[in-house]
Structure formats: C-alpha cells, structure tokens
Design a protein around this ligand. Sequence first.
Ligand SMILES: [Zn+2]
Length: 101
Amino acid sequence: MPQPIGQIESDVAPARRCNRCGAAVEGTRHTRTDYVVGYYLLHTGPTSEATIRRGGDDEMPVTYRRLLDVVEIVGCPRCFGEPEVRRLWAAFGGPPGGDPT
Ligand SMILES: [Zn+2]
C-alpha cells in the first residue's frame, strides 16, 4: 500500500487544557520504570433517571442513570493538588487513586 502524499501532519490530538489554570497538558508518559501523569481527566456530566422496559408487561422496568451531557474536566497535576479541585473530584466520582504521599 503506498503512503498517501500530502499528509505531512500526522494526527495530533487537540491539546487539552487544564480547566482551572488553562495550562496545556500532555498525556501520561511512560518510561521503563515509571510514569509521569500529564493530567487528570474526569469524564462526567449531569445525569437523569431513565427507565427502560424490556420484555413483556410483567417485567419490572429497569431504572438507570443516563448521562445527559458529557463534561470533561481536565486538571493539571499542579491544580489537582488543590483542595478545591479535589473537592470537585470527590463530588463526582469518589477519591482519586494513587496519592503519592
Ligand atoms: Zn491547572
């Protein structure tokens, strides 16, 4: 298969920016023995309760939470240490893992 010509720029993902300070963040970089976290991403959004009915009328409808709107919250490692950001994180999805202290 010949390579397509004229596509010098490869797929560069749009730079993510920290929601708090606006700093550009990079993805996690792995080395042989360790890794460096580039940013923290929280994938969340407002939800609403929805029901889905399956099978016949005698089946109970299943209630689940539907994600209405996807919100991505990006935090650079520096801001992630801020209590304000930690609170936001905790409010959405529980404690973040991997506290190095
Ligand atoms: Zn930041």
